[in-house]
Design a protein around this ligand. Sequence first.
Ligand SMILES: O=C(O)CCC(=O)C(=O)O
Length: 303
Amino acid sequence: MCSSQIGWLVFGIPNQGRLLNQTPTHYGETGMSTHLNKAEIEAFRRRGYHTPLRVLSVDEAVAMRQKLETITAESDSPGTATPLTDLHLIYRWAWDAINDPRIVDPVVDLLGPNVLLWSLNWFIKEPLDGTFVTYHQDATYWGLEPHDVVTAWVALSDAGPTTGPMKFIPESHRGVVQDHVDTFAAQNLLSRGQVIEQDISDNDSILAPLKVGEMSLHHVRLIHGSEPNLTHDRRIGMVLRYCATHVKQSKLRDTAVLVHGLDAYGHFDLLPAPKIDAGDEELLRQKDALQRMQRALHSKDYE
Ligand SMILES: O=C(O)CCC(=O)C(=O)O
């Protein structure tokens, strides 16, 4: 890849088309392209987020929720718990979700044509369970450099104002990564219960409620958090972390999936689609990917 290409692999380049998938683009039930226009790309660069964007029909999102809930229901039986992180490595439906052009295309608009999926997580708040997310920046512990990394947060349930939707501090991604302290608080959904040390005022935040099947996008340095779910339904976020292929994992040799374009860098071990749902090989691949991720996220505990 020539240096001028590397130069524009930053937020806000024009869409270069889908190179990886040679089959016609399938936009599912919504039938709609979700590419961002120039003004939306500019606004993302300025504010650090874009929301809301419809990416799935309500029916598609509800069907996906049912698939997830089948797995979470099984996981309640002792000894059979399937880790929910990186489900795309073991289930075809989740693989299709991380590759869905309606989700990937706007990410390509922001990151450039060559895009990896680093991880798939779930942020689930049970009804009235009091869980929350303190103000933090994703860039703190991930080890991904440079910060050409975007999160796509897809609502598989209503994520309206009383469900504890995400709140963003606009433009905060333009600053540096701030000092965080680890609280490991029980009801904090973050892996370390991390929180920005300096006081962040809710008055400076905007709420990002989503309807079922809508998505928000946020920059890896954007300060964000969320309040408890005050409703009687689960609040389910399918959370996809995408980065440009030139991004490196500074902590260890990590894994990723190429979802668009080409990987001319080879910074990650690229993983294939599952052939068999929850097959032995697939489960081993997921286990290995999760071990590496845990080691990266908690690397300071190993030092
Ligand atoms: O779902 C939430 O409330 C927080 C999600 C979050 O912190 C993230 O996606 O980075």
